[in-house]
Design a protein around this ligand. Structure first.
Ligand SMILES: [Fe+2]
Length: 446
């Protein structure tokens, strides 16, 4: 079985992922089913289906018939042991100084979300990220389907398993970091904390870890910006189907509200007190989470924004918030959320899962750009469509942050935007779209 791509993929007629040794795109696409797609039961089924032999003709049917491989583990999940919340050890602050080597000038960080599928798309996006020569990489969470240790090995650490090609998370030349999503917590977080996290942090040449990311959150301190990676995943793996049921989804006991853990909030307060003491000049902030604070298409997780507003350090300044969980690309106009947070929201959950079809039946003034494109899921099923995957590049030069939105096709740039702080908390924003870009504005229906 061929295991490596020899030529660029034709995304208007892509090869079947399983046919060339990668995990099934059809199995992954089940996650886009409303409500059920966000359930741990379906995740267990997807896990079993993705582990059927690559030459099985009907992997979903085979997995369904072998119900003991997913029903019994699902029942066991009710008593699985959730790993205790991990914090930085004594002497470690969770603040990582990042900079580009002097000869490079611009600091480059490649970011993807919802990437850990082990599919052909995941492999292609990883290669595109590396082609941008990032100093650092960041994953915003979700390693499918349960985030268990064998899946981390296969979908993040590149280890072949069950006759499938492993896919390796791309590390930057100086470091790599990752948040966790709900899928890592479906199995209690053991795989993320015990297997993935130990490979992350500031790296020596040769990718040995110099300063480990020892917790599921971090602060990257650049010369002029702070990048805050905050964990919404730990409290999101409880009873996922409840996330869309108003009233139930805000009950902390059910663990689906994606709230920040109190231990992380204490760390965040201490970090801000250290780096931005009262009276100090405002420093622009880029926020990273797994879950979406706003959405024009799905449930909005409001609790993390409310917790941030209560801390108060973001009052009076604009900031950029990148997140995933939704499997699509959507760039929003500035919003005010939780009554006081002035935010530029960007959903970049199109990293590796089959991207959900994004259509607007009426104009949505909240949206600056969205990606309406679709392509056949593979050359064996021309009637099933998915959207286009991709990743983003953060480019820090002087005080300016430039964000490039890269398409999975040829690593083309779909959109470029710049944020320049004015020193008083506001961000000067500009953007450009190349003539070839197929993105639509929120005022254009599709
Ligand atoms: Fe997620």
């Amino acid at each position: 079985m061929p295991t490596n791509l020899k030529s660029p993929i034709n995304f208007s007629n892509p090869p079947r992922s399983r046919a060339i040794g990668y995990k099934s795109r059809h199995v992954a696409r089940l996650s886009n089913i409303p409500l059920l797609g966000r359930s741990a039961l379906l995740a267990r089924f997807q896990q079993a289906a993705s582990e059927t032999p690559p030459d099985a003709r009907f992997p979903k049917l085979l997995a369904f018939l072998q119900f003991w491989k997913w029903v019994f583990p699902y029942l066991h999940d009710f008593i699985h042991k959730v790993i205790p919340y991990q914090t930085y050890p004594s002497g470690k602050t969770g603040i990582f100084g990042i900079d580009a080597p002097p000869q490079d000038g611009t600091l480059r960080i490649a970011v993807a979300a919802d990437w850990g599928t082990g599919t052909l798309e995941s492999e292609t996006v990883a290669k595109n990220m590396l082609a941008c020569s990032p100093h650092y990489t960041v994953h915003l969470g979700d390693v499918y389907y349960m985030g268990e240790i064998p899946e981390i090995d296969e979908n993040c650490l590149g280890m072949p398993r069950n006759s499938y090609t492993g896919v390796q998370w791309p590390t930057g030349s100086l470091g790599s970091f990752a948040l966790m999503g709900n899928h890592e917590m479906y199995s209690g977080g053991q795989g993320y904390f015990k297997t993935f996290l130990i490979t992350l942090g500031l790296l020596n040449p040769g990718t040995t870890v110099k300063d480990p990311q020892s917790a599921s959150y971090f602060c990257l301190e650049a010369a002029h910006w702070l990048v805050l990676g905050l964990d919404t995943g730990y409290h999101s793996g409880g009873v996922p189907a409840f996330t869309s049921i108003p009233g139930l989804n805000s009950i902390p006991f059910l663990n689906v509200d994606a709230r920040f853990d109190d231990k992380m909030l204490a760390w965040l307060k201490q970090t801000i007190d250290t780096l931005l003491p009262p009276g100090s000049p405002k420093k622009p902030i880029l926020l990273l989470t797994h879950h979406q604070p706003i959405s024009s298409f799905e449930h909005e997780f409001k609790k993390p924004a409310e917790q941030l507003a209560q801390l108060g350090f973001l009052n009076g300044q604009e900031f950029v918030w990148l997140y995933g969980h939704e499997h699509r690309l959507t760039v929003y106009n500035p919003q005010v959320i939780a009554n006081s947070l002035r935010v530029y929201p960007r959903c970049i959950g199109h990293g590796g899962m089959p991207v959900e079809l994004t259509t607007l039946s009426q104009p949505d003034s909240r949206i600056l750009y969205y990606d309406p494109r679709k392509h056949p899921i593979d050359d064996q099923d021309a009637d099933t469509f998915v959207g286009y995957n991709g990743h983003i590049e953060l480019l820090f030069a002087g005080t300016q942050l430039k964000i490039e939105y890269h398409d999975i096709v040829s690593n083309d740039i779909l959109l470029t935007e710049t944020f320049t702080p004015n020193g008083t908390g506001a961000l000067q924003f500009s953007h450009s779209v190349p003539p070839s870009s197929k993105l639509l504005s929120g005022l254009q229906t599709s």
